[in-house]
Design a protein. Structure first.
Length: 152
């Protein structure tokens, strides 16, 4: 008898716990729309804040660019900051940096023959770009806003 009562009460408690956990997702439409609008507002604020804090660095191509399908690699040396609030240029050092980007991230119409060793390149990066700490460091395309060839 005690065993049956224990089993039945355990099942009842388990059912209540499972049922209570399922009700957390139920929201009123007004609360849901308020939450969505606050999320939209905060995303607009963060996107406008990131454009204000972009870093711009420039350097010279050590080698001609390497093209692989829709991807292109730039090996920059003599990197210096143009507008660099996060001081990313200081973290690059003397060994230079490799930029692994997509062709669509290059300003204007991309032609590999236009990018030769010694050309000056300007790179726009977001506030906190990802960078692999290899030798030389590498910056993936996800952290590159724009690559532009400067007139030599």
């Amino acid at each position: 008898m005690k065993k049956k009562i224990l089993i039945v009460s355990t099942l009842i408690v388990a059912g209540l716990v499972i049922g209570a956990c399922g009700n957390q997702n139920a929201k009123t439409p007004a609360a849901s729309s308020q939450e969505e609008s606050s999320v939209k507002d905060s995303s607009l604020e963060s996107s406008s804040a990131t454009t204000e804090k972009e870093s711009i660095i420039k350097g010279k191509l050590k080698d001609d660019v390497t093209v692989d399908g829709e991807n292109v690699s730039f090996f920059l040396v003599d990197v210096e900051s143009v507008e660099d609030p996060t001081e990313i240029a200081k973290g690059i050092g003397e060994e230079g940096v490799v930029l692994n980007a997509e062709i669509k991230q290059v300003d204007g119409e991309f032609k590999a023959e236009d990018f030769k060793a010694g050309d000056s390149i300007e790179v726009t990066l977001p506030e906190n770009p990802m960078m692999a700490r290899s030798m030389p460091p590498q910056i993936p395309g996800a952290s590159i806003v724009l690559i532009k060839k400067l007139g030599n």
